[in-house]
Design a protein around this ligand. Structure first.
Ligand SMILES: Cc1cc2nc3c(=O)[nH]c(=O)nc-3n(C[C@H](O)[C@H](O)[C@H](O)COP(=O)(O)OP(=O)(O)OC[C@H]3O[C@@H](n4cnc5c(N)ncnc54)[C@H](O)[C@@H]3O)c2cc1C
Length: 503
């Protein structure tokens, strides 16, 4: 069996030809969700893998889920303690491809949000069993993945910083033959999987090595996150599901909020506010956060029986970004394939990231077994993944753009999909979904990343049904707290804290 080799700075290797490379020697850059999944998928396909990550190689012997959450420091992943929904796509991939990891997260206290319960007594159909999410804090999820990686034969995990790429020019494309480490070493491989996350530096490294950077597009999410974790007190029942993803969520027209169920009776409330509205910066303080939290629709029933188990965790600088790795003349890069957030990341409220990371990882490993050579591999992978990430990037960017207009007070007719399809889906279609089984399935499959993002919008019959249901339910809609009330609560002004609500 060949091995990934560490070579001197001048060593050059020949281009990767998959027909001659069984097993394939793989460097996985990054040990987040995408990197761990890629390491498992390649190694379980009998390939040889080196995982490189700047973080310590962490073992979790004897650690409880709470210890993992509190003690594990991962400075390379800024959103590590932010809440994560592991959508239906992530759950299906774990169930079907990494059953040991799935069992491990359940064993340490993760639960499932079974969305088919919203179908009530409607006859079940094939595919309904996929409508569920995994309720688990991100560190607990990652610990299960990393533990599986550590136990996996043919994987070496090394704590080191990658600082550049080793390249060979190859016509239209640059061909990556390895990576350079901060230690001064170089490592070569048949394939480098870039799973370095949102801050992947592949394009910078290509430029530094004299190659063209990869073209990318990006847009602002227009959100700041303020999140706080809670735990239900012993003996207190967990409230019934308030949304397809479990907890209460909504958009008040000037901020949004979402509640994420976690493992071991925990949940996390995130309040998302526009970066330009500085009044909300006070949310950073736990007391101010709590004063707002209890006024959000549906939250009192979650907060009263629970205690906070973290401070308020802020996170900003959220962008959507899409990297292009092919153009009309074919691949721009071979020998290195970006997956997960390195390939595309979108507004985290859509929660696509972990699901797509897992999906990219397993498909790449599958296709590496079929591809004839590295050009074939990029082409195959792009044909499966490229259109999907592009559609998701543009759909999310459109919603972010329209939400920013809406939050800025621009009058937008949200009942007309021709005016704003994203707002029509969010405000009209999603809230009515539970009233019609066909609509519920289509919405749940979109939310869970199980369907292409454009499928629901391409079904005019379902959109018309949603509009009719919305019109029928005019009298049942919950009232929303006005911005003035929320700001008074933020300031702790008791005189202003009336029960005033939007009409
Ligand atoms: C606020 C927030 C909330 C989110 N909520 C959700 C959610 O609800 N559901 C969901 O599915 N997704 C969510 N996401 C997205 C999710 O966190 C990402 O999609 C996921 O982390 C992507 O995994 P990854 O493996 O691609 O990258 P990461 O998890 O970022 O891992 C990258 C790894 O690469 C390492 N690395 C990077 N560069 C180098 C280098 N040069 N040398 C060595 N190591 C390096 C880093 O140390 C890190 O360990 C959220 C994101 C944010 C910002």
């Amino acid at each position: 069996m060949s091995t990934v080799s560490t070579v001197g700075a001048e060593t050059m290797v020949t281009a990767f030809d998959l027909r001659d490379a069984v097993p394939v020697r793989v460097i996985v850059l990054g040990a987040g969700v995408a990197g761990c999944a890629a390491a498992l998928a390649f190694a379980r396909g009998a390939h040889e893998v080196v995982v490189l990550d700047r973080g310590d190689v962490q073992l979790f012997d004897g650690w409880s889920a709470d210890e993992v959450f509190q003690r594990w420091q991962r400075r390379g992943i800024a959103q590590f303690r932010q809440p994560h929904n592991f959508l239906g796509l992530a759950r299906s991939l774990l169930r079907d491809r990494f059953a040991d990891v799935y069992a491990a997260v359940r064993e340490v206290g993760a639960t499932e949000v079974k969305q088919d319960s919203f179908l009530c007594d409607a006859a079940r159909e094939a595919g309904d069993e996929d409508l569920a999410t995994v309720a688990c804090r991100r560190p607990v999820f990652d610990a299960a993945l990393l533990t599986a990686v550590a136990a996996q034969p043919r994987v070496t995990h090394r704590a080191t910083e990658v600082i550049g790429l080793r390249l060979r020019p190859r016509g239209h494309a640059a061909h990556v033959v390895g990576v350079e480490l901060a230690s001064g070493e170089s490592m070569t491989a048949d394939l480098v999987v870039d799973a370095a996350g949102r801050r992947s530096r592949t394009s910078d490294w290509l430029s530094a090595a004299g190659a063209r950077p990869l073209p990318s597009v990006s847009s602002e999410c227009g959100l700041l996150y303020y999140s706080r974790h809670y735990r239900f007190r012993d003996g207190e029942p967990i409230p019934p599901y308030a949304s397809l993803l479990g907890g209460p969520r909504g958009d008040l027209g000037y901020l949004a909020f979402a509640t994420f169920l976690g493992d071991n009776r925990t949940f996390c409330l995130s309040i998302m506010v526009p970066p330009w509205d500085r009044a909300f910066r006070e949310l950073r303080g736990p007391a101010a956060f709590q004063r707002i939290a209890v006024r959000l629709p549906g939250l009192a029933a979650w907060l009263e029986p629970s205690n906070p188990v973290s401070g308020v965790l802020p996170m900003g600088q959220l962008r959507n970004q899409l990297l292009n790795v092919v153009d009309d003349n074919g691949p721009l890069l071979t020998g290195l394939i970006p997956i997960g957030d390195a390939r595309c990341h979108t507004n985290p409220t859509f929660a696509f990231g972990a699901s797509l990371s897992l999906w990219h990882a397993v498909r790449l490993a599958d296709l590496a077994d079929r591809a004839i050579d590295d050009i074939d591999l990029v082409t195959y992978f792009e044909s499966e993944v490229g259109a999907d990430v592009s559609a998701r990037f543009y759909a999310v960017s459109a919603e972010d753009r329209d939400r920013a207009r809406w939050w800025s007070g621009e009058p937008i007719d949200i009942t007309d999909p021709a005016v704003s399809l994203p707002l029509f889906l969010s405000f009209i279609v999603y809230p009515t979904a539970a009233r019609d089984p066909a609509l519920l399935r289509a919405v749940a499959r979109r939310i869970n990343a199980l369907d292409p993002v454009e499928r629901l919008a391409g079904n005019p019959e379902l959109l018309d049904r949603a509009r009719a249901l919305h019109a029928e339910s005019a009298g049942d809609r919950p009232s929303m707290p006005r911005r003035s009330l929320i700001l008074a609560a933020l300031a702790g002004d008791p005189a202003e804290l009336t029960t005033e609500t939007n009409p």
